[in-house]
Design a protein around this ligand. Sequence first.
Ligand SMILES: *[C@@H]1O[C@H](CO)[C@@H](O)[C@H](O)[C@H]1NC(C)=O
Ligand SMILES: *[C@@H]1O[C@H](CO)[C@@H](O)[C@H](O)[C@H]1NC(C)=O
Ligand SMILES: *[C@@H]1O[C@H](CO)[C@@H](O)[C@H](O)[C@H]1NC(C)=O
Ligand SMILES: *[C@@H]1O[C@H](CO)[C@@H](O)[C@H](O)[C@H]1NC(C)=O
Ligand SMILES: *[C@@H]1O[C@H](CO)[C@@H](O)[C@H](O)[C@H]1NC(C)=O
Length: 266
Amino acid sequence: MLFALAAASVLASTAYAQTPSLNISQGCQSTLAGLAVSSDAQCINASGLVTAFATLDANTSIVGPVNNWLSGACSQQPCSNQTLSSLISNITAGCANDLSALGFSSSDTQTVISEVQQFYPTVREVVCLKNSTSNNLCVTDLLNDVQGAVGTLSENNIGTIVSSFFGNTDKLQALLKSAACTDCVKAAYNTINSKFPGLITSDDQSSISSTCGSGFTDGKTPSSVSQTAAGVSGSSNNNSGALAAFPVTSLTVALSGLASVFVFFA
Ligand SMILES: *[C@@H]1O[C@H](CO)[C@@H](O)[C@H](O)[C@H]1NC(C)=O
Ligand SMILES: *[C@@H]1O[C@H](CO)[C@@H](O)[C@H](O)[C@H]1NC(C)=O
Ligand SMILES: *[C@@H]1O[C@H](CO)[C@@H](O)[C@H](O)[C@H]1NC(C)=O
Ligand SMILES: *[C@@H]1O[C@H](CO)[C@@H](O)[C@H](O)[C@H]1NC(C)=O
Ligand SMILES: *[C@@H]1O[C@H](CO)[C@@H](O)[C@H](O)[C@H]1NC(C)=O
């Protein structure tokens, strides 16, 4: 959810740069630009998010930038509850008018904060799962598969793809079938099931095991999938000597990211 919120903010801000009809207030823009250089927001790799998206043109695939941003975020220590609270408070305050136009009321802030605090560690673990065979994040492989099936996932294409896709249930079903029973999805299923027992109901579990086979719900960690979220046991990113996969700690990157934001917003 937080990732989605952050991604939406930056996608919206890059979209704003290209299509001035998308109307993001000055205050919201400076809040987002402030997050890009905030040391507190490094746990979601906010500087990498801006760097990855600020210079993206509307016909270029978002898969590479999403992959770079997430890989960098996974190599960062997780956000504390306090940081999550501060991040969301800053965004909801700085973008209050913009969010209220989308139906969000500032009285919801506390609810959003506690929901994000509750789900963030699990979402982070799922998003940071890696396919050890391809050496990509599972999310990246999934996006590449989707892209192979439906065409380049660029800002200009996404609207068309989404509408043509949901109008074509055969295509949708074929993709779901091939994507549903993979080791990556099994690892995600295990993670969610262990963190939130009961969230996947026993009815759901039996329909999942009848679709994917009983081995899918045996709770065993697939050997071809590894965890990259720093600070999570068994993560490949816990070697304290390892450099971040993405140079999020580099001041130069942060500053050039900020500079691009200002260039776009100018
Ligand atoms: C942009 O947003 C502001 C305040 O949120 C509003 O007053 C203005 O009418 C909007 N402009 C357009 C073109 O939608
Ligand atoms: C994107 O592609 C369209 C159609 O090919 C073209 O008209 C447009 O100029 C391109 N935009 C950018 C930013 O390259
Ligand atoms: C929120 O804003 C305050 C005041 O500008 C700043 O000190 C804090 O670091 C910001 N929080 C995050 C997560 O960036
Ligand atoms: C963070 O907050 C959530 C609920 O708001 C709570 O369930 C969780 O235990 C907290 N985590 C830590 C590390 O304090
Ligand atoms: C993992 O990577 C291998 C090699 O690229 C690929 O064949 C396989 O489909 C990937 N698994 C998933 C779940 O994407």
